[in-house]
Design a protein around this ligand. Sequence first.
Ligand code: SF4
Ligand code: SF4
Length: 479
Amino acid sequence: MAKSSPQPAQLYEPRKQVHNKRIDGPFRRFKWFVMAVTLTIYYGTPWIRWDRGPYAPDQAVLVDLANRRFYMFGIEIWPQEFYFVAGLLIMAGIGLFLVTSAVGRAWCGYACPQTVWTDLFQHVDRFVDGDRNARMRLDAAPWTWGKVLRRGFKWTIYLIIGFWTGGAWIMYFADAPTLVYDFWRGEAAPIAYITVAVLTLTTVTLGGFMREQVCIYMCPWPRIQTAMMDEHSLLVTYKDWRGEPRGSLKKAEKNPDAFGDCIDCMQCVQVCPTGIDIREGPQIGCITCALCIDACDRVMKDIGRPRGLIDYATLEGSKREAAGGEARPAWKELLRMRTLVYLGIWGSIGFALLFALGARSHVDLGVSPDRNPPFMLLSDGSVRNSYTLKLRNMTQAPRDMTLTLEGLEGARFWTDSIPIEDAARSITIRVPADATQTVRAYVAAPVGTSQQDFDFVLSTGGERPESDTNTTRFTAPGE
Ligand code: SF4
Ligand code: SF4
C-alpha cells in the first residue's frame, strides 16, 4: 500500500472564538469602575456647558476647526499656542511609560478604548446569548429562526453602540445640541454623516468582531511596552513553583504531595478576554486585566488554599519566591528610581504647562514689513515703509489696543482707516472679542533717517493691562 504523503505545515491557524466567562472579584469591579468613568466622560463631555460670554461657544470641550480654537473648560488654545496640546500629548506619553514600568500593560487591561469597547460588546453578548456555555452552544447550533433573531438583535445593539460612539465623536467638533438637531433633520455637513458612518463601522468591526485580534496582531503598543518593562515591573504572573505539577482536585486529594496548588480547572483561561493561558508564562496576548487573578482566587478559596496562585508579581520577586525567599513589598517596587524619574519628568512638564498657562498673555502682535517696494519717498522727502500688523485679542470681550512706535526718532504712522493728517506715534484700535484684526500701517520717518530697527508696542488698559512688543526693520534709501 502506498504511503500517504505528510500534511503540509499550516501557515495560518484559524481564530478560535473567545467566549469568556463572567467573573466577579476586586479586579473585575475595578474594571467596571474604569469602564463606567471612561464611557461617561466620552459620551457625556460634549453636553457639558461652560459660559464664556456672548462672543464664544458655551460648550465646555470643543475643537472649533472653523475658527481654529480648542476650548477646554476655562482654557482657550489658539493655533499659535499649540505647544500646550503638544505638552499634554508628551505628558500622556510619559504617563504611559510610568504606568507600564510600574504595573505593566495596565493601560491595555483597563483604559485602552479597544479594551473598554470590547468589554462592552462582551457584556452585550452575555446579556443577549447568556454566559460562556450558552454562547458556545449557540455558536455551534445550526441556523434556525431563533438563532437568526438572536443574532439580529445582538448585531442591532452593536450597531447602536457603534452609532453612539461615532455620534459622540463629532460632537466634540461642533455645538452638540445644534449638531444633533441638524443631524436628524439632514442639515448637518456631509463630513458629519461620513464620520459617523466610518466610526460606526470601525467600532463594530474592531470591538464587536475582531476584539482580541486587534491587541495581539494589529496594535504596536504591546511590542513597544515590552521595552519599558524591567525585572521590577509588576505583572500578572502564574506562580508555577507553587502550582506545578498541576493535577485535578481528585488526583491531588488522593496524593497531595505529588501535586502543586493548580487543580487544572481552566477557570483562569475561561475568564480571559483574550483567551490565553497565563500558566504558559508572560505573553503578548496578556493585557494585564487581572481577571484570571479573580478567577483563581475564587478557586483557591473554594478548595481552602491561600489566594495568589496567579497574582501581580515582578520577575525579581518571582525568582526570590521560587527560591524560597520573600518578594519585596509592592510599594517598594512601585517607588523605585525608574518610576520616580518618570514621575518627576511628568510632573515637571505638568507644572511648566500650568505656569505657562497662568502667565500667558491674552494679546499678541504680529508684524510683517512689505518687501516690494521696501520703501517709498513722499513728496516732502520723508521715507515711508508699509507693514501688515496682526492684533490678536484672546479674551471674550472687545478691547481697545494702543499701538505705539518706540525708537525711530520723529516717525509717525497711520492706517487705512486713519488718514495721514492724523498720523501719530500712538494709535488706539478696537479689536473685537476673540479675534485677530489685520491692520495696514504706514510709517513715515523724516528726511535723512537711516535704516534701523524699531519697535511696535501693543498695550491694553483696563483691570488687567497686557502688552506685546515686536521689533521690526525700517528700510531707507541708499543702504
Ligand atoms: S484558575 Fe488557578 S487552579 Fe484553576 S487552572 Fe487556573 S491557575 Fe490552576
Ligand atoms: S491572562 Fe489574565 S491578565 Fe492576562 S489577559 Fe488573560 S485574564 Fe487578563
